[in-house]
Design a protein around this ligand. Structure first.
Ligand code: C2E
Ligand code: CA
Ligand code: CA
Ligand code: CA
Length: 280
């Protein structure tokens, strides 16, 4: 009777039930979100700190739900990963980003790059429904360096020949690779060497409280020095203040991304804000 009581309690916990229902609701609706044109891609500038030039952008997906409004990717990407929908969504985001980078390279800045997040689930997909990313770039006449693939440390923990081969195919085609959310995962520093990473993105949790006297400054500085010695460029995420921007630039951090420069915005807005900065 006691065990039954516990069960009943957890089952009828109204908060948990509401959360589970929302999750189920989102999972159902996510299936048709693409077809019903509820997804779109926004772009956040990545600024070269030494020059102030906008040289890259990160593509970030948005879901405008007809009843629930804007749903955060932090909420629906995990659902997309569990249901496998991340494969279709990820390919769609990539295609948008590729078209966008082609346009911006042709009209604004010849060596502009767009970075695209790639979930570990996408790397594991062995059903070749979609042409590989290097092939898609080639078809559009774009060099590999127009795209940076952002991966998280979790992916590198898996020692899988299949993933290693996909990585090598990227490298051979000239695509670049960024290690996202650096400092929050569990992977050993040795992976940095093994996988031949081009960029390391310092997680925003290290940047948020960055001041001249903070421990976070010591950590950022150490990451920057180490990365540079390995030939890796550094992007700081979550730069929100002029002070953080100045400290990072003084430490030799290569690039900054964050609300201090701009929130992620629609492509037309991006052009309005940074069209001039591209050309400069
Ligand atoms: P992420 O890849 O680490 O992306 C950076 C997140 O930080 C974005 O949140 C961005 O809007 C936010 N951000 C940027 N600057 C600042 C700042 O100055 N302050 C603060 N507080 N936040 C800032 P967003 O767009 O909500 O995305 C959340 C996460 O969802 C992403 O984290 C990424 O893991 C995932 N995600 C988004 N789009 C995609 C996608 O197309 N594919 C995959 N696989 N994951 C995606
Ligand atoms: Ca990212
Ligand atoms: Ca990140
Ligand atoms: Ca993140």
């Amino acid at each position: 009777a006691k065990a039954q009581g516990r069960n009943r309690y957890s089952f009828f916990d109204p908060m948990m039930q509401a959360a589970a229902q929302r999750r189920q609701h989102l999972a159902n609706d996510l299936h048709s979100a693409l077809a019903e044109q509820q997804l779109r891609v926004v772009y956040q500038p990545i600024v070269q700190l030494a020059t102030g030039r906008v040289v890259k952008a990160e593509a970030l997906v948005r879901w405008q739900h007809p009843q629930l409004g804007l749903v955060s990717p932090s909420e629906f990407i995990p659902i997309a990963e569990e249901t496998g929908l991340i494969i279709t969504i990820g390919e769609w985001v990539f295609l948008q980003a590729v078209r966008q980078v082609k346009h911006w390279r042709e009209n604004y800045c010849r060596d502009f790059q767009i970075s695209v997040n790639k979930s570990p689930i996408q790397f594991q997909d062995k059903n070749l429904h979609y042409p590989a990313w290097p092939e898609q770039l080639k078809k559009l006449g774009l060099p590999g360096q127009s795209i940076v693939v952002e991966i998280t440390e979790g992916l590198l923990l898996e020692t899988d020949r299949f993933i290693d081969d996909k990585f090598m195919a990227f490298r051979d085609a000239g695509l670049q690779v960024a290690l996202d959310d650096f400092g929050t995962g569990y992977s050993s520093l040795a992976y940095l060497k093994k996988f031949d990473i081009d960029y390391l993105k310092i997680d925003q949790s290290f940047v948020r409280n960055l001041t001249a006297q903070s421990d976070d400054k010591v950590l950022c500085e150490a990451i920057i020095v180490m990365a540079h010695k390995l030939g890796i460029k550094v992007i700081a995420e979550g730069v929100e203040t002029e002070g953080q921007c100045g400290l990072l630039a003084a430490m030799g951090c290569d690039y900054g991304q964050g609300y201090w420069f701009s929130k992620p915005v629609a492509p037309e807005v991006f052009e309005g804000l940074f069209g001039r900065a591209f050309l400069g």
